[in-house]
Design a protein around this ligand. Sequence first.
Ligand code: HEC
Length: 381
Amino acid sequence: MWHYQETPGDNWDYTSTQSMILANVRIGGKQRKVLLHAPKNGFFFVIDRTNGKFISAKNFVEVNWATGYDKNGRPIEIASARDGTKPYDAIPGPFGAHNWHPMSFNPQTGFAYLPAQHVPINLMDDKDWKFDENAPGRPHSGLGWNLGKFANAEPPKSKPFGRLVAWDPVAQKEAWGVDYASPWNGGTLTTAGNLVFQGTADGRLLAYNAKTGEKLWETPTGTGVVAAPSTYMVDGKQYVSVAVGWGGVYGLAQRATERQGPGTVYTFAVGGTAKMPDFVQYRMDKLVQGVKYDPAKVQAGTMLYVSNCVFCHGVPGVDRGGNIPNLGYMDPAYIENLDKFVLKGPAMSRGMPDFTGKLSNDDIESIKAFIQGTADAIRPK
Ligand code: HEC
């Protein structure tokens, strides 16, 4: 049949696994059967689905790896993003300009609705990178995922945010948009009644006018939403249901609400009266205190933490924790007995890896020193 490659020689983790939409649109006076796609690389693609021919691509958020696509559908790359010898803010970074959260298309407005985002990460090539090598200091290398790049400690120049984008695929431009304080917002649903529904990372479900973007309704959901809502009719009454619950890779170490799980399905209808369930407050009492450690091990512990723990647990006491607790806010007993959690620990069934054979007891002592040392360093005096 056919194939089309959106990011040739991908060097940035710009996967193209985002949902595709088949639509019939009028382009240049002709009805075309197209495929609409908005992958992680930040460009919105319109492709002729009958033959795979590239029609157009345009960036739907700020990007700094390519200026656009030529008429053959090849990206016009920016050399500094490919070069990798100097640190630069990857925009989008590996979280993508749009990730798994589904987009929707409304044939009446002609717009696609997608949860876009801006999550820059400062990257640089790692010349000594080897696959699945546990190299202290290389982000996530202890777990086998690696881009062959360093994520530099230097924070990116711009802050992350999310944006609901209503995109006109024919004009290849934004029709309207709404900014959110946090990235990683839910997928979208659009209806024949001219509505767009979306849940957000900051714990709301909203309805917009699909044509204009005017906000028509919102309700708190207790915790973050990443799923897309769905709609259906039973006995002549229309319902909107959404699975509420925070998650996904961004949600491992980050969050935008004070409350978490349990994952819950909410159903709404005009005139509904049911009460919302109670959600659990995040555990964020105080910074860990009093764990004995050798200050000389903090440096080694920093490197080991970066390559084995930071991706899931975040920076102790600096990040606030997402679905996985931030180790800077643990009861000291957890950190004092860190070996019991890291080597075939009780949380393995909940997703905590086993570091047996990867981390020595001395390594674990160093990680303890980093966690307690960081908490002590940032504790308000
Ligand atoms: C792939 C993600 C991931 C990585 C990497 C990871 N952890 Fe975990 N960790 C988890 C999960 C999931 C839990 C269970 C959280 C829960 O109970 O809900 C957990 C639990 C823990 C706990 C017990 C906390 C509790 O509330 O049960 C400790 C301590 C811990 N991890 C330390 C570490 C250390 C130290 C490292 C690095 C050597 C590390 N983890 C790497 C995912 C991870």
